[in-house]
Design a protein around this ligand. Structure first.
Ligand code: ADP
Ligand code: GLC
Length: 481
């Protein structure tokens, strides 16, 4: 079984969130299942030089992005048992950051088409191209409709939706200007979406299988509230829709092996505490091992429930706690946290940036992690938190529902605190309940800590579910033209 992962992010080369984690980890697990997996990415200007210097140029060619004749270099890197290919074009990719440019649509049309072009040039014919999010969602369309060569005939495609909110919606003229196809494709069965063109929609229609990153989210997105205007299409295609839960990479997120920590630990709270004391010292917070350290490591966007945090932040900060915030995103949320530092200098530290190393130190220093998401396709943060012994406080939605079980006092079962409604006071009461338990019942807190840290969050089960899915579609009729 030969699989090609096509994605816009992959740790450790490029990551802005969980997509990068998944594309970094899942191929390695699939290889353990017996698949041959290779990964193809853009050669971004921000990829660390340590990797760039080992890349080997293997071929190059030109191809058309509609009327533009564009260069495409292919570089290869062997890293930790996986073959990575990087699409090299300085015009599109030698910039800082990955997204947010005026020509994102063109960039990812170029990238997607380059992938389909290059598999022939490099002589790697995958059984399956596994696409991720809107950036590579046009590949199934290219394979089925545009590349008529027999080489492409048996290739199947899987599209994984990591976040339905981001769909790649562009004006109608991209059909001619970027894809070089006629107006006949501007209809609801191909591209049309409320008067515009929607790459993710086309991906859902043309791929042989659609997956998303948790079973709960796979259900939720078929309802209007979570469906981002694609719920109807997803209901119609639910015969090929599956929810497969993400895992975390235990080679990477493991307090026993994590070199970034002051003190490594397996499952001892007493040893973990040294990381809290170190964090307090490093960032000039009062050093006290008994104060619960609560943390937020997050993109600061509406999705993550920052509105709920904002609504009750003063009630949270009057408690005897410390709060560590690491994140970046919307200006208003960044400002919210920055202002709090002036108001509560002994209680809160705020880091507005993306910092992998600091994130590990925060996980290790924390007793609790807040994730009151409005919606959450899967969420890796709560899983990493559990693995590092930080008890997650989450809203019952998406993957949070599938990975965190609510603590029950009667049975001492559960791995975190879970609340139901998107309601600031329900969230506040849950935080207060957690803090109360931490202070008033150390014995119970220990049990909760042990439950969380012992939870199996590995990729093993999910990787075999993906593998099974590849097998299921390998010999499907594709309906190709
Ligand atoms: P999402 O992909 O929606 O942002 P996830 O919970 O799936 O959320 O994954 C987030 C990933 O990004 C985790 O690995 C988390 O540790 C990391 N992360 C989020 N914000 C930051 C940040 N500011 N600095 C470092 N890592 C971060
Ligand atoms: C998206 C989602 C997040 C998920 C991640 C990886 O960024 O927001 O919930 O964990 O993708 O699948």
């Amino acid at each position: 079984m030969k699989i090609l992962f096509a994605a816009s992010e992959c740790y450790p080369f490029a990551k802005t969130g969980g997509l990068g984690d998944v594309v970094g980890a899942l191929p390695k697990e699939l290889i353990k299942c017996g698949a041959e997996v290779r990964v193809i990415l853009p050669k971004y200007g921000d990829i660390p030089e340590a990797f760039v210097k080992d890349m080997k140029h293997i071929t190059d060619f030109y191809f058309f992005v509609s009327w533009r004749n564009q260069y495409c270099g292919i570089e290869e890197l062997q890293y930790e048992g996986v073959t990575y290919y990087f699409i090299y074009n300085e015009y599109y990719f030698k910039r800082s950051g990955y997204y947010g440019y005026y020509d994102d649509g063109e960039k990812f049309v170029y990238f997607s088409k380059a992938i389909v072009e290059c598999i022939k040039a490099i002589g790697f014919k995958p059984d399956i191209i596994h696409c991720h999010d809107w950036h590579t969602a046009l590949i199934p369309f290219f394979v089925k409709k545009i590349f008529s060569d027999d080489f492409y005939k048996d290739i199947r495609t899987v599209l994984t939706i990591h976040n339905l909110k981001y769909q790649g919606v562009f004006p109608k003229d991209v059909l001619g200007d970027l894809l070089g196809i006629g107006e006949s494709y501007f209809n609801t069965e191909d591209f049309e979406f409320y008067g515009a063109v929607n790459f993710l929609k086309t991906g859902i229609i043309y791929s042989d299988s659609v997956t998303t990153v948790s079973p709960t989210y796979a259900q939720e997105i078929q309802y209007e509230y979570f469906g981002e205007k694609l719920d109807g299409l997803l209901r119609k295609n639910n015969f090929k829709l599956k929810g497969i839960l993400n895992g975390i990479d235990y080679e990477l997120y493991n307090p026993e092996k994590d070199n970034h920590l002051k003190q490594r630990y397996k499952d001892s709270y007493a040893v973990k505490l040294k990381n809290k004391l170190e964090f307090q010292k490093m960032f000039s917070l009062p050093q006290n091992k008994d104060i619960p350290m609560i943390s937020i490591v997050s993109r600061l966007t509406e999705q993550k429930g920052i509105d709920l945090i904002q609504a009750v932040i003063h009630e949270i900060l009057v408690m005897d706690i410390q709060l560590a915030v690491l994140g970046s995103g919307e200006y208003k949320y960044e400002q919210l946290f920055k202002d709090l530092v002036w108001q509560y200098p002994d209680k809160i530290r705020v880091f507005i940036k993306f910092d992998e190393l600091l994130s590990r130190r925060i996980y290790a220093a924390s007793d609790m992690m807040l994730m009151p998401s409005r919606y959450e396709p899967c969420g890796l943060t709560q899983m990493i938190a559990m693995k590092y012994g930080a008890v997650p406080i989450v809203r019952k939605t998406g993957g949070l529902n599938d990975t965190v079980t609510s603590y029950e006092e009667d049975t001492s079962r559960g791995t975190g605190f879970v609340f139901n409604n998107y309601n600031a006071h329900e969230f506040l009461f849950t935080v207060q309940r957690a803090v109360r338990l931490y202070y008033d019942n150390k014995e119970e807190w220990d049990k909760l800590f042990n439950n969380a840290i012992a939870e199996d969050l590995s990729w093993k089960k999910s990787a075999s579910a993906y593998f099974q899915n590849y097998n299921d579609i390998k010999y499907h009729e594709t309906g190709r033209n």
